[in-house]
Design a protein around this ligand. Structure first.
Ligand code: ZN
Length: 440
């Protein structure tokens, strides 16, 4: 097999995707912009859907589903699905966040998902997400908000006040130690009534009246942009590689799938919100959203419920989520028979207890796609004495009853505020997903 040439442009495009997507809502907006540029049309869930062939997508909050149908497609044709997730562990703003402690104005936050808490300390943090505001006339509307200046920081305690921290380990209490500072009370002055006023700040950023700010899903993000790392640029560093790397690869893969190349198989990508907190929501992988969208696409093309169930029997899903590369400083944490190399190509993840959905037929589909894409494939299993993480793979497999395989791009420091991966792998990953979506 001839190796694919190294393509750092793919890595640069991935970094741009991550920088443009500080929250799941922004990730959907970034993906939607790329899809629209590639000729996709957004469909409204409360409107009838067209039956003609085309390139379509829907967005519900932080979840996006897109698909391509060609003129040769039958209603009972199968789906080739690539699933990923738009959310990453981070710190989210509480409903009544304003507080003052020791003269500092602070914002109360809650930890979202399994974040590596220490990695959020001593960083310049911006604010992003969405805000529900009163609509002129009646009702409410949702606005995206993104503040890309250092409005918050969470300073560590000086080592002089915690002498054992390097040997005993850093303990971070999420209630007391993780509260960001975003202002200072005037010296000697009386503490301000609202402690700095998140609502007033948000209203000003959006250009609305504070009384019109009705609710929010806001979170903090590290402001450091993505970068090529290493003497010869063999690595990339960025926030949210888990799992925006898979979202980016899925979007680019779908935009390059030609409808004529996918006769008999309808390529679909679904970028789910809420994977990091268990997927149970109106738009997570455990919701009715994906089955509903698939069924509606069958009905719109003139099929019935029988055709929908026939199509599921011909479908397969690749759950695309990041994989653990072997950490050189902690190699004993990895199974010695399953070393995973940065820049070694995408990783098929297997777990006997089905924390990953992968089984033999699924591995076969990925192995064939890797051959088609001319990319190397690595195989991962956890150490038998360590518990295994999970993905949307088993949930999607259970929800749809279709062959599902867990695949990821290798990375280090998963769930840290900044993560690292190989710079050659994004091109491999994108090529593999394109081959899976459009088997030759
Ligand atoms: Zn993930």
């Amino acid at each position: 097999m001839t190796a694919r040439p190294i393509d750092l442009d793919a890595a640069r495009r991935l970094l741009a995707f991550c920088d443009a997507s500080p929250s799941p809502y922004h990730a959907c907006a970034t993906a939607a912009a790329l899809l629209t540029e590639a000729g996709f049309t957004r469909l409204a869930e409360d409107a009838p859907w067209p039956g003609e062939p085309g390139r379509w997508f829907v967005v519900r909050g932080g979840t996006l589903i897109a698909w391509v149908t060609g003129s040769g497609h039958q209603p009972h044709d199968g789906f080739r699905i690539v699933g990923a997730h738009t959310d990453s562990p981070n710190l989210r703003i509480k409903p009544q966040p304003d507080l003052v402690r020791a003269g500092a104005r602070q914002l109360g936050v809650e930890v979202y998902g399994g974040a590596l808490l220490a990695s959020w300390l001593d960083r310049d943090l911006g604010l992003s997400g969405r805000v529900a505001v009163r609509r002129n006339g009646s009702g409410a509307m949702v606005r995206l908000l993104r503040v890309d200046r250092a409005v918050c920081t969470i300073p560590q305690l000086a080592i002089h006040l915690d002498r054992e921290v390097n040997t005993a380990g850093l303990k971070v209490d999420p209630q007391t130690h993780l509260t960001p500072i975003w202002g200072v009370e005037p010296p000697g002055g009386a503490p301000s009534e609202d402690g700095g006023g998140l609502v007033a700040f948000v209203a000003e950023e959006l250009g609305v009246d504070p009384d019109d700010v009705l609710g929010w899903d806001l979170m903090l993000h590290d402001l450091t942009p993505g970068s090529l790392v290493g003497r010869d640029h063999e690595l990339i560093g960025s926030s949210r590689l888990d799992n925006l790397a898979s979202c980016w690869a899925a979007v680019e893969a779908l935009t390059e799938v030609a409808p004529t190349a996918s006769e008999g198989q309808i390529p679909v990508i679904c970028l789910f919100d809420h994977e990091e907190v268990g997927s149970t929501s109106d738009r997570g992988a455990a919701s009715s959203m994906l089955p509903t969208v698939l069924e509606r696409s069958v009905l719109a093309r003139g099929g019935d419920r029988e055709a929908f169930h026939r199509s599921l029997a011909r479908s397969a899903c690749l759950s695309a989520d990041m994989a653990h590369a072997t950490h050189p400083n902690h190699a004993d944490r990895h199974d010695p028979q399953h070393r995973i190399a940065l820049n070694g190509g995408p990783v098929v993840k297997v777990n006997a207890n089905v924390r990953y959905a992968t089984d033999a037929p699924g591995v076969a589909l990925v192995a064939l796609a890797a051959e088609q894409a001319k990319v190397p494939l690595q195989r991962f299993a956890m150490r038998s004495d360590l518990p295994c993480g999970s993905t949307i793979g088993p949930i999607t497999a259970a929800r749809l009853g279709i062959t599902t395989v867990d695949v990821g791009m290798p990375q280090l420091a998963m769930h840290a505020a900044r993560e690292h991966a190989g710079s050659h792998d994004p091109a491999h990953y994108r090529a593999l997903l394109a081959a899976f979506l459009s088997p030759g």
